[in-house]
Design a protein around this ligand. Structure first.
Ligand code: PLP
Length: 385
């Protein structure tokens, strides 16, 4: 028999995150590995969706999303970031930020193109690049601030480089890119004529007074920047699959073409739900998110400090990388398994965020959990002291 899988499957690997979730369930642990927030969905968002179902808005939508959602996204970006976006021609609503990213890569990248990725990275960025036949080229951020220099970018660029990916606030490091750093990325992208693809899904999870800034907000960067974001995190609706891309109209219809091809549209009533949320929830909701998650971060990092797993305290997003050098095990997977078997708490091995052995002494915890769950996880982690 000569039946075989596609060559594409050679680069498909079971994600460490999924593997740890399976192990966690097997051992009855608390799952702090996956970035699934189990905090409540705002009532207006739920009502917006159920009203839409009752009103019969259950059919396909325009491939780029319902008009009210695109208008609400444009209004949000104007209000918060002073950006003028044409809701009809510059926004594509997709199946989550993940769907938006895949559609963007399909529209902008050719097989063999190189794309610069900061590491530690979010695994889906790299796997999606592989899935499109593009090649990730890594720029490793330096601790303690996850910093980089222009020379690092210059060292990674070749004639095949087509884009650079930014993720701010970042998963897993919690880095919030400063104006100066984004300025460096912008100058680099202009000098080498690159796209900047920026994943901003954690834009509302900011601590210690950090401010969200998109590369698209810098002078002269709108045309070459594609913003990807979504509602999974902001409204705790990871299973709804609603996200979007914002870009210059030159790229939008091709991104929309692939969005239509792969997903047809994001779920119709759920688009209506998040549109209602965007319209009705004001500054205090977003400020509340940062306060609520900031308190979770403080409590969790304090415990990590107490048990000698030094945290890299995040300035944004809702993950923390902890230094596990003192734990037994050679690899980050062995260390994560030690934590699961000793304390009953699942984390993600740091190796999942690096292309080489760079993450061996880290694990990542997600602290987007109800307080009762997080408190119990903190109590259990005390067993590692
Ligand atoms: N981008 C980043 C950086 C993430 O961490 C995640 C989820 O963990 C996503 C995108 C997924 O977003 P969505 O649920 O909208 O596809």
């Amino acid at each position: 028999m000569s039946l075989s899988l596609s060559e594409r499957c050679d680069c498909a690997m079971q994600s460490e995150i999924r593997m740890m979730s399976i192990e966690c369930a097997r051992h009855g642990g608390i799952n702090l590995s996956q970035g699934v927030c189990d905090t409540p969905v705002p009532a207006v968002v739920r009502e917006g969706a159920s009203d839409a179902i009752e009103a019969g808005r259950n059919t396909y939508t325009h491939y780029a999303g319902i008009a009210s959602l695109r208008a609400a996204i444009a209004t949000k970006h104007r209000r918060l970031y002073g950006m003028e976006i044409d809701a009809h021609q510059e926004i594509i609503v997709s199946a989550g930020a993940t769907g938006a990213m895949y559609s963007v890569f399909q529209a902008l990248l050719n097989p063999g193109d190189e794309v610069i990725v900061f590491e530690p990275f979010y695994g889906y960025h790299v796997s999606t690049l592989h899935g499109c036949g593009a090649r990730p080229v890594f720029v490793t951020l330096r601790q303690p601030d996850w910093s980089f220099e222009s020379a690092d970018l210059e060292g990674a660029v070749t004639a095949r480089t087509k884009a650079i990916i930014v993720n701010t606030p970042a998963n897993p490091s919690g880095k919030v890119f400063s104006r100066e750093e984004l300025g460096m990325v912008a100058a680099f992208a202009r000098a080498h004529d690159l796209f900047v693809i920026t994943d901003e899904i954690y834009e509302h999870f900011l601590y210690d007074g950090a401010e969200h800034l998109s590369p698209a907000m810098l002078d002269g960067m709108r045309e070459r920047t594609v913003i990807v974001s979504g509602f999974s995190k902001t409204f705790s609706v990871t299973g709804w699959r609603v996200g979007y891309a914002i870009c210059d109209r030159k790229w939008a219809s091709s991104i929309g073409y692939f969005n239509d091809l792969f997903y047809v549209c994001a779920p119709a009533p759920l688009q209506a739900g998040v549109a209602r949320g965007l319209k009705d929830l004001g500054e205090s909701y977003y400020r509340g998110l940062s306060e609520e998650y900031g308190a979770k971060r403080d409590r969790f990092c304090e415990v990590l400090d107490e048990i000698g797993l030094k945290p890299s305290v995040p300035r944004g997003a809702y993950y923390v990388l902890a230094d596990t050098s003192r734990l037994p095990g050679k690899t980050s997977r062995e260390k994560a398994m030690h934590i699961l078997l000793t304390a009953g708490v699942a984390s993600v091995p740091g190796g999942a965020f690096y292309h080489d052995r760079g993450g061996d002494n880290f694990v990542r915890f997600c602290f987007a959990k109800e307080d009762a769950v997080l408190n119990e996880a903190c109590r259990r982690l005390g067993k590692l002291a």
